[in-house]
Design a protein around this ligand. Structure first.
Ligand code: NAD
Length: 334
């Protein structure tokens, strides 16, 4: 199939080319983000391959469909950036990579927790400056603390297992509790109870209309004073402005983010020589107790290999059988 691949980074090209054995599919790499103004660049393609910040809304889908595009393959698990109802209406199939490596994201999540707890980000800079003082670097034992996992799908369940290995007591909130988590002693509680009882709150639910700004001022007010908040799911699951107020008041003790509501204008690019125009994001970067990574939780050899291989399999299955291997249907929104 002829595929227009958007938001391509050099590593995407490397892993996709390796998975596209014998050059079965014609992959046309574009650095552009897919949005209404760039949809015309899909001309001639039967499929588009997109990532987390490509915008696949009704307008884009209408333009794609009118040019003959019949398939959207996501190089990620989340599909909040695709208007599934519009795709359904237009007869465009949508596919994703459901579980390329939950370990990659779970391990990065825990890396953020450990860095924030033991202030590794500050210790690293300090020692390089010849400052060997420990003042201000005091952490806590993870052992015996309570951690609240919001969303125990593939990633959340993996985080829960790792935290249990540390000796944390793990609470969870998920409308569909996971049997393996229950069997392993994870205690499911309503969200307000989780927020009130957790020293660490970590978010692993998808971004949906129900989870947009799940962590807002009211939720922060329910949290334990000084608790750690981690978000490696999607930026808009937290209300960033409310979280900044929480950090200023000390309600939130520390914050680890791999995703940000407005990341589409920032992440996956080198902006180090430019002035950041997003004042909310710039404020986040001023806190000593905030660690932000630029949507890199998925970024391991293993995950990129699996993403590329599943993406190619989605394309091949659609080409031969008219249906991708891992379709995302409008029912998933229900
Ligand atoms: P998954 O579908 O396996 O699990 C999601 C879980 O969230 C499900 O168990 C679901 O029941 C639960 N859920 C749905 N609504 C909820 C709500 N209102 N409150 C609590 N839980 C709710 O997905 P996954 O593979 O574990 O991925 C989770 C999310 O992580 C993805 O949707 C994606 O946004 C994000 N993600 C981020 C990265 C990254 O690099 N930072 C990489 C992959 C995925």
């Amino acid at each position: 199939m002829h595929v227009a691949v958007y938001s391509t980074q050099p590593y995407d090209r490397r892993f996709l080319d390796a998975a596209n054995t014998a050059g079965r599919h014609r992959l046309r790499y574009l650095e552009l983000k897919l949005e209404a103004s760039t949809a015309v660049t899909a001309a001639g393609a039967q499929a588009v391959c997109v990532f987390v910040n490509d915008r696949v809304d009704a307008e884009v889908l209408t333009r794609l469909a009118s040019q003959g595009v019949r398939l959207v393959v996501l190089r990620c698990a989340g599909f909040n950036n695709v208007d599934l109802a519009a795709a359904d209406r237009l007869g465009v199939s949508v596919a994703r990579v459901p579980d390329y490596s939950p370990h990659a994201i779970a391990e990065h999540t825990v890396a953020l927790m450990l860095a924030l707890n033991r202030k590794t980000h500050r210790a690293y800079a300090r020692v390089r400056e010849g400052n060997f003082s420990l003042e201000g670097l005091l952490g806590f034992d993870m052992h015996g603390r309570s951690a609240g996992v919001v969303g125990t799908g593939k990633i959340g369940a993996c985080v829960a297992r790792i935290l249990q290995g540390f000796g944390c007591s793990v609470l969870a909130f998920d409308p569909r509790p996971d049997q393996a988590c229950l069997g392993a002693g994870v205690r499911y509680v309503p969200l307000p109870e989780l927020l009130a009882a957790s020293d660490i709150v970590t978010l692993h639910c998808p971004l949906t209309p129900q989870t947009r700004h799940l962590i807002d001022a009211a939720a922060i007010a329910r949290m334990r004073r000084g608790a750690m908040l981690i978000n490696t799911s999607r930026g808009a699951v937290i209300d960033t402005r409310a979280v900044i107020e929480g950090l200023k008041s000390g309600g939130i003790g520390s914050l680890g983010l791999d995703v940000y509501e407005e990341e589409a204008d920032l992440f996956f690019r080198d902006l180090s020589a430019q002035v950041i125009q997003d004042d909310v994001f710039a404020r986040l970067l001023t806190f000593p107790n905030v660690v932000v990574t630029a949507h890199q939780a998925f970024f391991t050899e293993d995950a990129l290999t699996a993403i590329a291989e599943t993406t190619i399999r989605n394309l091949s299955a659609f080409e031969t059988g008219g249906r991708p291997l891992h379709p995302v249907s409008v029912e998933r929104l229900a």
